[in-house]
Design a binder for this molecule. Structure first.
Ligand SMILES: [Zn+2]
Length: 317
C-alpha cells in the first residue's frame, strides 16, 4: 500500500483550497483576542488541546476515531482548515505519514509547517519502542521511526498535555496564566485517572495476547503484558494463510486466550482466529472517538482498562 497521496490529487486539493481563501503568511494577522485555530490529526490531540486551551482555542481534528491511521485519505476540507490554522498538532513518528506531508506541503501556510511556530509534533523527545536498527522494507512500511502509537500509552496524556501547554504559550503568550491553570487542573484529573488505571493494570501483568496490528505495544509495556504474536505479517502488511496457520497453532500451543483489535481491523480474519482458537476478542480504540465514551483521552483510557479488566475477570475495585 502506497502511503502518500498522489501529487496530482494534491494539486487539485490545493487549487480547491486556494479558490476558497488566500494563503496565510508566516505571521498571525488575527486580533490577539481571537481564539487560536488549531487543527489536529487525531481526536486525542484535539481533546487535550481543548483541555488546556479552553475558550482560547477553536479545534478540529482531521481523523474522527475509526480510521486506520496508516491509510487516511486527505480531503480538500482538510487543506482549507490547515490553510487557516494557527497551530497544527500531530502525533508524529510517521503515524500520519499517509496524509500529513502532502497536506502541509500544499496548504500555503508556512506557520504550520515543520520549523514554523505553529507546527507541533507531540512525540518529539518521546522514547519510541521498536525503533528499527536498519532501514529496510522487510520490517514493513508503516513504522519506519519505531512504534508511532504512543497515544495509547497510559502515560501519554501527561506527556502530550505538556507539549500542548508549551505550544499554546509560545503562540499566545498573553494567555499564559490561563493555559497554566487549565494544565494544572487537567494534571490533577490525570493523576486521579492514572491511579485508577494503575490499580486495574496491576492485574494485567504477564497476560499474553495476540494483536492485529502493532498498536498496543506501549500499553502492554506499561503493565508487563506479553505480546505473543501479530495477525499482520508485518506492520501494514495483511496476513498470509501460512502466517495465520502458524499463528493459530502457536496460540493453541501456548494457551493464548486474548486477541486485541481496533475498529478498523476487527473484520477480516479476526473472527475466524477467535473462533478457531477459542480466544476472547477485545476491541480497543486506536484513537479517541473509536467507541461511545471515548471522546476524551481520559475516557478512552478508562474504556481500554475497563474492557481488558472485564475480559480478564478483574474486579472493578
Ligand atoms: Zn501502526
Amino acid at each position: 500500500m502506497k502511503s502518500t497521496l498522489p501529487g496530482v490529487l494534491f494539486l487539485i486539493l490545493a487549487a480547491a483550497a486556494s479558490a476558497v481563501l488566500p494563503a496565510r503568511g508566516a505571521t498571525r494577522p488575527a486580533a490577539a483576542e481571537a481564539p487560536l485555530k488549531v487543527v489536529t490529526t487525531v481526536p486525542d490531540l484535539a481533546d487535550i488541546v481543548r483541555e488546556i486551551g479552553g475558550d482560547r482555542v477553536e479545534v478540529s481534528s482531521i481523523c474522527k476515531g475509526r480510521e486506520n491511521l496508516h491509510a487516511v485519505t486527505a480531503k480538500p476540507s482538510h487543506l482549507v482548515a490547515l490553510s487557516r490554522a494557527d497551530l497544527f498538532v500531530e502525533v508524529g513518528l510517521s503515524l500520519e505519514i499517509a496524509f500529513v506531508p502532502g497536506l502541509l506541503e500544499n496548504c500555503g501556510n508556512e506557520r504550520v509547517k515543520p520549523g514554523g511556530k505553529g507546527f507541533v509534533n507531540v512525540s518529539e523527545g518521546w522514547a519510541a519502542l521498536d525503533v528499527p536498527t536498519s532501514l529496510s522494507r522487510q520490517a514493513g512500511d508503516v513504522h519506519p521511526q519505531g512504534n508511532p502509537h504512543m497515544n495509547l500509552d497510559p502515560r501519554a496524556g501527561r506527556w502530550i498535555a505538556g507539549k500542548v501547554l508549551t505550544a499554546l504559550v509560545l503562540n499566545d503568550p498573553a494567555s499564559k496564566s490561563q493555559y497554566e491553570a487549565r494544565h494544572a487542573d487537567y494534571g490533577k484529573r490525570l493523576a486521579e485517572a492514572e491511579a485508577r488505571w494503575a490499580r486495574l493494570g496491576s492485574s494485567f501483568k504477564g497476560v499474553r495476547f495476540v494483536e492485529y496490528h502493532q498498536e498496543f505495544e506501549y500499553f502492554a509495556a506499561r503493565y508487563g503484558m506479553v505480546i505473543s504474536g501479530k495477525i499482520e505479517t508485518k506492520p501494514g502488511i495483511p496476513p498470509t494463510p501460512n502466517h495465520l496457520a502458524e499463528l493459530m497453532a502457536s496460540m493453541k500451543q501456548a494457551g493464548v486466550k486474548l486477541v486485541l483489535s481496533a475498529p478498523w481491523s476487527s473484520g477480516g480474519e479476526v473472527p475466524r482466529i477467535v473462533k478457531e482458537t477459542g480466544a476472547k476478542l477485545v476491541e480497543l480504540p486506536n484513537q479517541c472517538g473509536s467507541f461511545p465514551g471515548t471522546d476524551t483521552w481520559i475516557g478512552m483510557m478508562d474504556l481500554m482498562h475497563g474492557r481488558l479488566a472485564e475480559a480478564l475477570g478483574v474486579p472493578a475495585k
